[in-house]
Design a protein around this ligand. Structure first.
Ligand SMILES: Nc1nc2c(ncn2[C@@H]2O[C@H](COP(=O)(O)OP(=O)(O)OP(=O)(O)O)[C@@H](O)[C@H]2O)c(=O)[nH]1
Ligand SMILES: [Mg+2]
Length: 340
C-alpha cells in the first residue's frame, strides 16, 4: 500500500521548550517570567483608574459610605475633629476622585455618589438616571476607541463596581430593589450591601442575608462575583466563600473617636462606639477589601470584557443601521444616553 499522504501529527512541545529561529528548540530556562516585572513597571509608570458607584434609596448612608471609604485606610483623608459637617441630601450625580499612591503604584480612585430614590410616590423608572450615567461612560470610551487617531491610553470613567444599598428591613428584598438590581446587573458589576447594619442584631443580619441570597437566586439576579465568570476551581473556591458573605452588612461613619488611645472611624452611641473598620463590628472591611484589594483587577476585567463588550456590540450594530448616527460623528444632543 502507498504511504499515507496525511502528514504525521506534530509532536507537542515539552513545556520547558521554546521554539528558536528556524524551528530549532531551546530547552531549559528561558526567563519568560521577566514579563511580570515589565508589566509591573509599566503599570507603575502609567497608574490605573478605578471607579465605584453607590446606588440606593434615599437616606441609607450612601454619601456617608463614600466618606467612610476615603477616610478609612484607603486614603486616610485627614479629618479635623470638631470640623465635621452634616452630610446634605445628595441631589445630583457627583464624583469624588483621589489619587492614591502605595509603594510606587498609583491608583486614581473615583467614587460616584448618586441621589437616593424612593421619595416619590411613584418610583417607576427611578433607575433611569443611574443606567443613563453608566451607559454614558461606556459611550465615552467607545467614542474614543473608534477614533482613527486614538489616545495611547483612553481615559476610563466606566463604572467597575456598583454598590447597591439594601434597606435594613430584615424581611425580604422589596420589588423595587429586585427590579433595580435586575436591570443594573445586566450592565454593571453589582455588589449589594445591607445598609445601616448597626440597626439589626447579629441574628437578624444573618437571617436577612440568607433571605436576600435566596431572593437573588429565585429572581436570577447575578451579582458580583458572578458564578459564570469564575475562571478555574481555585477561583470558584475563593468566590464561593465571598458569595456566602454577600450582601455585606455595612456601617458607615465619617467621624473619628478615641478608642483605647487610638483614633477610630465609628458611630458613637449611648452604648459604645461602632467601629466601622473593625471586622467584629461590621463588614465594611470586607467590602473595602473586595473592591480595592482582592478583586480590583477582576472587576475591571469583567467590566471591559463582558459589560462594555455587550454595550459595544449593541451600539455598533445599532450604528450600522442607516437611521442612526455613525459613532465617529460628533455626539449629537442627547446621544450616548440611550438606555440600551
Ligand atoms: N445608624 C446608621 N446611620 C447611618 C449609617 N450611615 C449613615 N447614617 C446616617 O443616615 C443619614 C443619611 O445618610 P446619608 O449618607 O446622607 O444617606 P444617603 O444615602 O446619601 O441619602 P441621599 O443623599 O438622600 O440619597 C445620616 O444622618 C447619617 O449619619 C449607618 O451605617 N448606620
Ligand atoms: Mg447622599
Amino acid at each position: 500500500m502507498e504511504p499515507s499522504a496525511v502528514p504525521e501529527e506534530e509532536e507537542e512541545m515539552p513545556l520547558t521548550a521554546a521554539s528558536g529561529p528556524a524551528g530549532c528548540q531551546l530547552f531549559g530556562y528561558v526567563g519568560i517570567e521577566a514579563v511580570l516585572d515589565q508589566m509591573k513597571i509599566k503599570t507603575m509608570k502609567t497608574g490605573f483608574e478605578f471607579n465605584i458607584m453607590v446606588v440606593g434609596q434615599s437616606g441609607l448612608g450612601k454619601s456617608t459610605m463614600v466618606n467612610t471609604l476615603f477616610k478609612s485606610k484607603v486614603s486616610r483623608k485627614a479629618s479635623q475633629p470638631g470640623q465635621e459637617e452634616r452630610i446634605p441630601k445628595t441631589v445630583q450625580v457627583q464624583s469624588i476622585t483621589h489619587v492614591i499612591e502605595e509603594k510606587g503604584v498609583k491608583m486614581k480612585l473615583t467614587v460616584t455618589d448618586t441621589p437616593g430614590f424612593g421619595d416619590q410616590i411613584n418610583n417607576e423608572n427611578c433607575w433611569d438616571p443611574i443606567i443613563k450615567y453608566i451607559n454614558e461612560q461606556y459611550e465615552r470610551y467607545l467614542r474614543e476607541e473608534v477614533l482613527i487617531t486614538r489616545k495611547r491610553k483612553i481615559p476610563d470613567t466606566r463604572v467597575h463596581g456598583c454598590v447597591y444599598f439594601v434597606p435594613p428591613t430584615g424581611h425580604w428584598l422589596r420589588p423595587l430593589d429586585l427590579e433595580f438590581m435586575q436591570r443594573l446587573s445586566k450592565i454593571v458589576n453589582v455588589v449589594p450591601v445591607i445598609a445601616k447594619a448597626d440597626t439589626l442584631t447579629l441574628e437578624e443580619r444573618a437571617e436577612f442575608k440568607q433571605r436576600i441570597q435566596e431572593d437573588l437566586k429565585t429572581h436570577a439576579i447575578s451579582v458580583y462575583p458572578q458564578e459564570d465568570f469564575d475562571q478555574d476551581p481555585d477561583d470558584r473556591l475563593l468566590n464561593d466563600r465571598i458569595r456566602e458573605k454577600i450582601p455585606f452588612a455595612v456601617v458607615g461613619a465619617d467621624q473619628e473617636h478615641q478608642v483605647n488611645g487610638k483614633r477610630v472611624l465609628g458611630r458613637k452611641t449611648k452604648w459604645g462606639i461602632i467601629e466601622v473598620e473593625n471586622p467584629a463590628h461590621c463588614e465594611f472591611p470586607l467590602l473595602r477589601d473586595l473592591l480595592i484589594r482582592s478583586h480590583l483587577q477582576d472587576l475591571k476585567d469583567i467590566t471591559h470584557n463582558v459589560h462594555y463588550e455587550s454595550y459595544r456590540v449593541r451600539r455598533l450594530n445599532e450604528s450600522n443601521r442607516p437611521a442612526l448616527s455613525p459613532l465617529n460623528g460628533l455626539p449629537g444632543k442627547g446621544e450616548g444616553s440611550s438606555n440600551l
